[in-house]
Design a binder for this molecule. Structure first.
Ligand code: AMP
Ligand code: MN
Ligand code: MN
Ligand code: MN
Length: 278
């Protein structure tokens, strides 16, 4: 049977919309055979996702997408195949979630100053896991108020980097995020590397630091990468000696141009991050 691997997806335990069970059903429906749920800074979806995957005959890999900082920018580190009972990882993620809540209060204040009242209550309407709040929850509230036409527009106008309701964050270091994942027996992957807008020198520094920290792989195939970006990061994976990953970064039906498991294949000359799990 051909493998169809999707190692980057979100449920309603972070900023996706489907429950872990509904997501597992969609993953199965779209022909994926090896799946990871990688919610932002949260592991609560893993047990129900794993149980649903077992019922459906899907191979399940534990996952998380950790918010980290490097050179003043947020970098997302996907952890895969770790022990989800690891205490240091669990405690670290709980700290990040606490800083998300503190940030949310500041975002709400900024939005109120911009004339959007009750922003916190509004965002909370879209939060299904009370432990995890993110910018998408605010974005959906702003969208619902009719102030913008798309989530993209809300980020461009209010919530994106350096926009009026953007709250800069000092997340955990890249090294810390990688250590938590590695010490829990997992593999560390830089998510969607084209999305950080780093200049060439910073990208090299990011990859060198990640390599030195024990990082394993970069996402070459992700739905936000153009075909030129796929080529570029495939080449960089070879140059830096990284394994390569493939994930849709699915959040909601219709939210992006490519659905679960429908992305291009990994170029055959790369070493898949999942090679030991087949
Ligand atoms: P947070 O982790 O709370 O800072 O929010 C980051 C999340 O916001 C990403 O994982 C995406 O789900 C979403 N996001 C970021 N930029 C955009 C954008 N331009 N349009 C739509 N969603 C976005
Ligand atoms: Mn997200
Ligand atoms: Mn991300
Ligand atoms: Mn993601």
């Amino acid at each position: 049977m051909p493998v169809n691997v999707d190692l980057h997806t979100h449920s309603d335990q972070s900023d996706g919309v489907l429950s872990p069970l509904a997501l597992a059903q969609r993953v199965h429906e779209y022909g994926v055979t090896m799946w990871s749920l990688t919610d932002h800074d949260e592991l609560s979806g893993l047990p129900p996702a794993r149980a649903a995957a077992a019922q459906l005959g899907l191979q399940f890999i534990s996952g998380v997408e950790i918010s980290a900082s490097f050179c003043g920018r947020t970098v997302h580190i996907v952890g895969l195949g770790f022990d989800a009972d690891n205490h240091d990882l669990q405690n670290g993620l709980a700290q990040i979630r606490a800083s998300r809540l503190a940030r949310a209060k500041l975002i709400a204040q900024s939005l109120e100053q911009l004339g959007i009242p009750d922003a916190m209550a509004g965002a909370l309407q879209y939060v299904s896991n009370p432990r995890l709040i993110g910018r998408v929850h605010f974005a959906k509230h702003i969208l619902q108020l009719g102030l913008c036409n798309s989530l993209q527009q809300v980020f461009d106008k209010y919530l994106g980097e350096n926009k009026p309701a953007f709250v800069p964050m000092q997340w955990v270091s890249l090294d810390q995020a990688v250590s938590w994942i590695k010490n829990a027996g997992g593999k560390a992957v830089i998510a969607h590397p084209a999305r950080y807008n780093y200049k060439k020198q910073q990208l090299t520094a990011l990859f060198d630091t990640f390599k030195d920290s024990g990082g394993d792989a970069i996402e070459v195939i992700t739905c936000s990468h153009t075909s030129d970006e796929i080529d570029k990061f495939a080449r960089l994976a070879l140059v830096f000696g990284f394994q390569a990953s493939r994930g849709s970064d699915f959040h909601a039906p219709g939210a992006s141009r490519i659905d679960i498991g429908q992305m291009p294949e990994l170029p055959s000359y790369l070493v898949p991050v999942w090679q030991d799990w087949i």
